[in-house]
Design a binder for this molecule. Sequence first.
Ligand SMILES: NC(=O)c1ccc[n+]([C@@H]2O[C@H](COP(=O)([O-])OP(=O)(O)OC[C@H]3O[C@@H](n4cnc5c(N)ncnc54)[C@H](O)[C@@H]3O)[C@@H](O)[C@H]2O)c1
Length: 281
Amino acid sequence: VARSLAAKGWRLALLDLKPGSAHELTKKFPGTTFHQTDVSSFDSLSSSFKGVWADHGRVDFVFANAGIVPTASFYAPLATVNAETDRDDVVPSPTDAILNVQVNLTGVILTTYLGLWYLRKTRLAAAGSHLVSPYRGGSIVATSSGAGLYPVVALPEYAAAKHGIVGFIRSIAHRVFDQHQGVRVAVVCPGSISTPLTRGYIAKGFPEEFLTDIEKVTDAVEALVEGNVSLLNGRLSTRGPLLPADLIGASVEVSGKDLLVHIPPVPENKSMKMALPLVSP
Ligand SMILES: NC(=O)c1ccc[n+]([C@@H]2O[C@H](COP(=O)([O-])OP(=O)(O)OC[C@H]3O[C@@H](n4cnc5c(N)ncnc54)[C@H](O)[C@@H]3O)[C@@H](O)[C@H]2O)c1
């Protein structure tokens, strides 16, 4: 996504725990900046956004993409429970599961929160000037996963965090669009892509024909950034042809050769219909 946007003239600010491929991108695309960041920490993210503002003076799009997979099985400590350890009453902390939710879900909530702040700052700074974003209020796309739409027995904490992203984006999308002058937030939910994150299990024999091309995810993200429904139409949708408004809070599943736009469900039950808006602050 970063490479593709930079090739189209976007100036990049890369936020990551580790520089990774940022060095290559900063060399290749002048003006690109790197900001060492832990997305699970508000202080770290906040100071990076401050740095981005100091370096670039505007924010038009935020991609909340950082993520990790669990390294330990959620079930392993449960499987080792026996009479002896029960008597000791020492329950091992599910450290890995907690970290997973902190990076994958808290990270997205904090990134979105700060993203909205700086998109607004950009609009205020640009009012009446030539800096007005061609993408109206700007946009935020978060990376969830197929695990954000379907249960995954092997990775329950990852699935919980990724479902959380879908629920969070769906919940804020219309309020944010209305109150933040057209800011669009949406989610991409990729299938299996060959990246450092998945190399382990792909090496164990995941069939190549079921891998998803990273370019397909890039295309989906760019359609969401541009709010260009025609780039997604003609693909599969959960409810016939898409309207521009359908991109607000949409979850775009990108898997294998397919792209499926999931529109948030609307409650059919009358009591539920009444209950949901009542809890909004
Ligand atoms: N690869 C897949 O098959 C696949 C499928 C569905 C969803 N995803 C999601 O796509 C996103 C990108 O993953 P990827 O496959 O490119 O893997 P990746 O490991 O190449 O990228 C993840 C990046 O997140 C960074 N990161 C991890 N913890 C961080 C933290 N606390 N703060 C800041 N940065 C942090 C890593 O340094 C890394 O650069 C993740 O959210 C992942 O869950 C990947």
